[in-house]
Design a protein around this ligand. Structure first.
Ligand SMILES: *[C@@H]1O[C@H](CO)[C@@H](O)[C@H](O)[C@H]1NC(C)=O
Ligand SMILES: *[C@@H]1O[C@H](CO)[C@@H](O)[C@H](O)[C@H]1NC(C)=O
Ligand SMILES: *[C@@H]1O[C@H](CO)[C@@H](O)[C@H](O)[C@H]1NC(C)=O
Ligand SMILES: CC(=O)N[C@H]1CO[C@H](CO)[C@@H](O)[C@@H]1O
Length: 424
């Protein structure tokens, strides 16, 4: 028979309920549940809606008792624990009970904690006090937190999704080992958000609600993913070590209209000013090597052409196109990437504007293709090709004007392999 460690390892892949069910099989398996180092409790296993019993009070309570029992069993065996994951939607779990469970696993040196709740749940600050915790993932909880309650000296990964943080003055300073931070669907109101940490390497900001400013004092940041409505401004952006950035601004149709109508008189316009300030974010990213911009972002950058930095380290540029978004900023962007080697265009069709003629052949121009002739791109990848003659003309134009082009890869819409082009 298999050694105990291997059996426990296998059990770690199951949710704890399934693991506990296996304990029905034999006394040996039953004893093993006490030693499983990764615990995943998910009440959907208990509240199975198919059986129409999700409303029965005992069923809800049985989840709570089950967690209690497994933890008690493990505690009395002094077994080590790596991971504790708790997912529930029942409203029969009290905040005190969850605190007890968390304290229990913290005392046993757990390194990963995940709490995911459907609905509202108020968590105490207990989960921000652990000497051993390396990964903390919170989803859909509210926490009242004082900066002095934060003690996570080992924490490397922090994922906060829909977490309502009520803090006096939260800064990530209290997390000296932090390397990875996810801020998703957070509600910041009109506060100014500052992400400041010398050790942070990976930062993902996704669909937060933030009307104030965003600052990034993150000198070690390597990967930055930003998918967000424009903040009021970006007063500090320090990302000197940035390797890859994916910027996907969220904009409303109204913002696009105001941006297109904008002229110098309108810079008082708050909406336009926000979009102009996106330039401050882009400026801070000037050392990036791989830059990936969405169609909205490229459109917004048409308001930031004046402040566009020179991307001296940039080797690879990816642009997603959309037929209702313009390429107005494309010429200045290409001119400001003096060492780009790869250009990936995810779609070619775009909204025609005055200046795109500097890059493509939408409008006939005297100085046709001007911005391409200084661009050292060697590899051009075109994705989502639809085979229209407009696209064909554009590709021919690129071939004519990019002076260093060595290779073109064209991918048909929905295909992962490039088209095989025959030599003529
Ligand atoms: C158990 O948890 C640890 C710590 O989070 C993790 O490194 C490991 O891969 C997990 N093992 C399994 C089988 O899920
Ligand atoms: C660019 O980013 C989008 C999502 O943000 C992703 O789907 C795409 O694969 C990225 N492209 C490259 C070349 O990294
Ligand atoms: C293009 O942009 C419009 C408007 O934002 C959006 O509805 C549409 O899904 C986008 N198309 C693609 C292919 O991304
Ligand atoms: C800038 C900043 O707040 N840095 C914090 C995050 O990481 C370092 C690691 O040494 C801490 O010392 C800082 O408090």
């Amino acid at each position: 028979t298999m050694p105990k460690e291997i059996l426990c390892h296998i059990l770690s892949f199951l949710t704890t309920k399934e693991a506990a069910l296996t304990s029905v099989l034999s006394k040996r398996w039953r004893d093993l549940i006490a030693f499983v180092p990764n615990l995943t409790f998910d009440d959907s296993v208990f509240l199975n809606p198919e059986e129409g019993k999700q409303n029965r009070y005992e069923i809800h309570l049985s989840f709570v008792y089950f967690v209690d029992r497994v933890l008690a069993l493990q505690g009395s065996n002094h077994s080590p624990i790596n991971k504790f994951s708790l997912k529930f939607r029942t409203t029969f779990v009290s905040s005190d009970r969850v605190d007890c469970w968390i304290s229990n696993v913290f005392a046993r040196g757990v390194s990963e904690l995940e709490v995911r709740v459907a609905g509202c749940f108020q968590l105490s600050s207990v989960c921000f006090m652990s000497r051993n915790l390396v990964t903390l993932k919170l989803n859909n909880v509210g926490i009242d937190l004082l900066a002095r309650d934060v003690f996570l000296p080992m924490l490397k990964n922090l994922h906060l999704r829909s977490v309502r943080l009520f803090v006096d003055k939260f800064s990530f300073r209290a997390l000296p080992a932090l390397e990875e931070l996810f801020l998703v669907s957070m509600y910041w109101g009109d506060r100014d958000v500052i992400v400041s940490n010398a050790t942070l390497k990976t930062l993902t900001i996704d669909r937060n609600y933030c009307l104030g400013t965003f600052s990034f004092d993150t000198p070690s940041l390597v990967y930055f993913c930003y998918s967000e409505f424009a903040a009021k401004d970006y007063p500090v952006v320090k990302m000197e070590k940035l390797f890859e950035a994916r910027i996907s601004l969220l904009v409303t149709e109204e913002q696009i209209e105001r941006a297109r109508a904008a002229n110098n008189d309108l810079v008082e316009d708050d909406v336009v000013l926000r979009l102009v300030n996106v330039g401050n974010l882009i400026k801070g990213m000037r050392n990036v090597r791989c830059l990936n911009l969405s169609a909205n972002t490229l459109e917004v950058l048409s308001l930031c052409c004046e402040s566009m930095p020179v991307f001296n380290n940039l080797k690879s540029l990816t642009i997603k196109s959309n037929k209702s978004r313009g390429w107005q900023a494309m010429p200045v962007l290409l001119r400001n990437c003096p060492h780009a080697e790869t250009l990936v265009l995810e779609g070619l069709l775009h909204y025609v504007t005055d200046n795109c003629g500097d890059a493509c052949d939408c409008l006939s121009r005297k100085e046709k293709g001007r911005s391409l002739t200084s661009c050292p791109v060697k590899l051009l990848e075109i994705k989502g090709f639809q085979g229209t003659s407009k696209e064909m003309h554009m590709i021919k134009h690129f071939v004519d004007y990019f002076p260093c082009l060595e290779e073109i890869k064209i991918f048909y819409k929905g295909e992962n392999c490039p088209l095989q082009l025959r030599d003529h």
